[in-house]
Design a protein around this ligand. Structure first.
Ligand SMILES: [Zn+2]
Length: 253
């Protein structure tokens, strides 16, 4: 977990300390600009890409990214798993500013989870909706499918994103016990990072250099404002990956 030099409000949300270290989304985005500036990433010279769930709850997060980095290319699918593939990412690259031949992408992969007033994971109050609803509903349904033994092999053409989410989780979990919702959400985060890293690694050519930053964590809807964990942060410049988390830790500086 990241400590941002004690400069931001770090608070505990949820029960059992699952999300023991969270921060305001704006504080995270301030930090991304700060740590990326030395590598030439500025809003004018970079294109932000967001991989978040389609849920309307995520628009506050997207708005904050936009206010810090400009309008975002949308990688979204249910649960925040990036399913746009090489074709979609190639399109995004074509929209990135050309800075003397270099292109810079800032990728943010952030699945989400709700925590209601009683500390229940995966539940959230929505304005105008009686009671509580699930968040992330897509992860909740995929988890239930795995509990009931759905193989994930069959791709439903009328439920493509959820089918691929179940398939991905099944590939990670195999026949083992299905973990709880926060743990499944964490698998979604790792899967999103893995997929984006695979796609991004094949993007640059000698004629078209591409530098990219990749941040990931979990957006936690708890109360009026969202909070966010930061679980990975790195930047790849000229093909060399630099861990930004290690640099940010006070005890490693
Ligand atoms: Zn969702």
């Amino acid at each position: 977990m990241l400590r941002l030099d004690g400069r931001v409000d770090v608070g505990v949300v949820g029960s059992g300390g699952v999300y023991a270290e969270t921060r305001e989304v704006s504080a995270l985005l301030d930090w991304t600009r700060e740590v990326l500036a030395p590598y030439g990433f500025t809003p004018d010279l970079s294109l932000p890409l967001v991989s978040v769930c389609r849920d309307e709850l995520m628009f506050a997060f997207i708005d904050t990214v936009t206010s810090h980095w400009g309008h975002c290319f949308d990688l979204s699918s249910l649960a925040g798993l990036p399913l746009l593939g090489r074709t979609g990412l190639a399109a995004a690259l074509g929209h990135a500013p050309d800075a003397g031949g270099r292109h810079r992408l800032v990728v943010l992969a952030f699945p989400h989870i709700g925590v209601d007033g009683d500390g229940r994971m995966g539940m959230v109050h929505r304005r105008g909706v009686p009671g509580v609803t699930t968040a992330c509903g897509a992860v909740h349904i995929a988890r239930q499918a795995l509990v009931y033994g759905v193989s994930g092999v069959v791709l439903d053409p009328h439920d493509v994103e959820e089918s691929l989410l179940v398939q991905r989780l099944r590939r990670v979990l195999g026949d083992g016990v299905v973990p709880d919702l926060p743990q499944v959400t964490e698998i979604v985060r790792r899967s999103a990072v893995e997929e984006m890293r695979l796609l991004l690694s094949g993007l640059a050519t000698p004629e078209l250099p591409v530098d990219f930053a990749l941040f990931s964590g979990i957006v936690v809807h708890a109360g009026e404002t969202d909070r966010v964990t930061l679980d990975s942060a790195d930047v790849t410049v000229d093909g060399r990956q630099i861990d930004l988390l290690a640099r940010a830790r006070p005890d490693s500086s």
